[in-house]
Write a protein of this length. Structure first.
Ligand code: IPM
Ligand code: MN
Length: 343
């Protein structure tokens, strides 16, 4: 059997610290998976002058999946070549268009499905002679349709409700979005569709997230709403994401950024990175059993050794270690430990 290779991108800021915990957990849980480390973002600019070196892209394209820690460094804020350009290009090159961002807490089980390779992030941009700077939001119907179809399929397999978020009272791309959603809806009679304007959706998520099941939206609205959803379900330290294409490798990464203020202090919460690793095991490698074990271990580890963002005092390494201890217990050949539920 050919070896399964996962590319690990340690990234910037707290990235290498949380990536290290993901490596240790994966080595314990899936020792046959080979981790290939590559540079992306600020670290790549410093070493090679470009945020997505050819070698990194080639490795990602031939991998089974990509496990990515956050990138971004204030050092490059005013530069022409910036870390974020590398990750946006990586998303586009892998065509990882369907960004799944689950936000789960007591009573809330919301899945944000964010379009990831279109919209204002990728539209025409520039500066006019008079000094005006512009970014444009563009969508082809096919880009919306494939994303929306995935969101419907996910809703059909969950609680059967799809909240489609747009700004159709103002934007042409949003009116197109609505038409496409209504068209695809016919294929999924079991799913109830609700359209909502993005400003109202922000308020609803802040006040009543429990009402919603799957939320589908375009790239930038999804960026903003997913931080909000993370905040109302325990914070950014806990929120994972999966970015999937139709056939190639997916990208699995925390929703949070590189948190330069926390970098090097050993106190970043590795849970979002480890939950992204669990999504990788499930969606990237089809290893549902290991994925569930990791999710359970992260939950228990968080209860035992919370990091400062959750009001605790555990370091990144201490929480990582607590999670590995739970993994070892959960996977022990002697069977489930006393008190643990069946998987
Ligand atoms: C995210 C991040 C990125 C995005 C940035 C770093 C480009 O905020 O994954 O949510 O906006 O997509
Ligand atoms: Mn974001």
């Amino acid at each position: 059997m050919p070896k399964t290779t996962v590319v690990l991108l340690p990234g910037d800021g707290v990235g290498p610290e949380v990536a290290h915990e993901a490596r240790l957990a994966l080595e314990l849980l899936a020792p046959d998976v080979e981790l290939e480390e590559q540079l992306l973002g600020g670290a790549a600019i410093r070493a090679t002058g470009t945020p997505l070196p050819d070698e990194t892209l080639a490795a990602c394209l031939r991998a089974a999946a990509v496990l990515k820690a956050p990138i971004g460094d204030p050092e490059f804020d005013a530069a022409d070549v910036r870390p974020e350009q590398g990750m946006l290009r990586l998303r586009a090159e892998l065509d990882a268009y369907a960004n799944l961002r689950p936000a789960v807490s007591a009573g809330v089980d919301l899945l944000i499905v964010r379009e990831l390779v279109g919209g204002i992030y990728f539209g025409a941009r520039g500066t006019r002679a008079d000094g005006t700077v512009y970014d444009t939001c563009e969508y082809h119907p096919s880009q919306i349709e494939r994303l929306v179809r995935r969101a419907f399929a996910l809703a059909a397999a969950r609680r059967g409700h799809l909240l489609s978020v747009d700004k159709a009272n103002v934007l042409e791309t949003s009116r197109l979005w609505r038409r496409v959603v209504d068209g695809v809806a016919a294929e999924f009679p079991s799913v109830r569709v609700e359209h909502m304007l993005v400003d109202n959706a922000a308020m609803q998520i802040a006040t009543d997230a429990a009402r919603y099941d799957v939320l589908a939206t375009e790239n930038m609205f999804g960026d903003i709403l997913s931080d909000l959803a993370a905040a109302v379900t325990g914070g950014l330290g806990l929120a994972p994401s999966a970015s999937l294409s139709d056939s190639g490798p997916g990208i699995f990464e925390p929703v949070h950024g590189s948190a330069p203020d926390l970098a090097g202090r050993g106190i970043a919460n590795p849970a979002a990175m480890l939950r992204s690793t669990a999504l990788l095991l499930e969606h990237g490698l089809g290893r549902l059993d290991e994925s569930r074990r990791l999710v359970r271990a992260v939950d228990r580890g968080l209860a035992l050794a919370p990091t400062p963002d959750l009001g605790g005092t555990a370091t990144t390494a201490e929480l990582g270690e607590a999670i590995r201890a739970e993994l070892a217990l959960d996977g022990a050949p002697a069977g489930p430990r006393p008190g643990s539920g069946a998987p």
